[in-house]
Design a protein around this ligand. Structure first.
Ligand SMILES: [Zn+2]
Length: 286
């Protein structure tokens, strides 16, 4: 319990086919609220930060908040760096104490991606940390990383060679998923998850989770997606909750920041809890 390596957090979910939400936080309020939801739901939780958040808050301040807020926590939680193409940011976060990183070299040719991922895995292991890898960019820009062009998928044999060579702990394949809000219901290649997992049993990270249907989540999780990333849904909840509160504050001409924070926190806790229920992680930390 408490801060736990990513591989340990994902072992049981992968085995028993449920998933742990991996939620991108971007400030103290969202960090505190998702941790509170994990405690309330007795659920494991993966907290993620984008490179943009690491830059805007600072890795030292972010990690100090993480340390303070997880001290004595009674559910398994882990801190993960989301999509990071920059090796120096990976090193910086590993030095601070992040538990895992997603080295995103998907823009590089697979050979070069593989060569560098091997190095990142060795670097992370020295810190007792884990690595998520990818060979195809996930469609859509997220916090300044990525592209809107639909990702090209590699052959299964290339994916398997990448997994065997790099020994990454989690794999993030492109399956028709996308970052941001889906403009129309996505058509997913769920079979690809099954194909990868049956050939090489590694927990799969599902990116672009915001906006998939409950049915799509259940199907993908049953095939081995044990880490489900949620970023856009939290940002929307956070911004809309602020907006609703501020509209009322304007009408009533009452300007009380702590009441704003309480309302927004409640909505973030509620969203996080509902994801834990949906993904089946609720009650698993008891
Ligand atoms: Zn992603």
């Amino acid at each position: 319990m408490g801060v736990t390596p990513l591989t340990e957090i994902l072992a049981e979910p992968f085995e028993e086919r449920y998933a742990v939400p991996a939620i991108n936080v971007f400030n103290d309020l969202t960090l505190e609220a998702v941790l509170a939801a994990a405690v309330e739901k007795a659920s494991p939780l993966i907290v993620q930060t984008s490179v943009k958040t690491v830059r805007s808050v600072g890795s030292g301040v972010l990690f100090a908040m993480w340390n303070a807020m997880t001290a004595g926590i009674e559910v398994p939680v882990t801190l993960h760096l989301d999509h990071c193409p920059e090796r120096e940011v990976i090193t910086e976060c590993l030095r601070q104490g992040w538990n895992s990183v997603l080295f995103d070299a998907s823009e590089l040719p697979v050979e070069e991606n593989m060569r560098q991922t091997v190095e990142v895995v060795a670097e992370a292991r020295a810190f007792g940390a884990a690595v998520e890898g990818e060979i195809e960019s996930i469609t859509g820009v997220e916090d300044g990383v990525g592209s809107d062009t639909a990702a090209e998928r590699q052959d299964l044999s290339v994916a398997l060679e990448f997994l065997r060579t790099t020994q990454v702990d989690v794999f993030a394949p492109a399956i028709g998923n996308a970052h941001g809000s889906y403009k129309r219901a996505p058509v997913l290649d769920a079979q690809r998850v099954s194909d990868i997992v049956s050939a090489y049993p590694v927990p799969i990270a599902l990116h672009g989770g915001s906006g998939l249907s409950d049915e799509q989540f259940r199907d993908l999780i049953s095939r081995g997606c044990a880490k489900v990333n949620i970023s856009t849904a939290l940002k929307e909840t956070y911004m809309k909750s602020n907006l609703a509160f501020l509209r009322t504050a304007e009408e009533r001409r009452k300007w009380d920041p702590p009441s704003l924070f309480r309302d927004v926190r409640r909505d973030v806790v509620e969203l996080t809890g509902s994801l834990m229920d949906l993904f089946g992680s609720t009650g698993r930390a008891r």
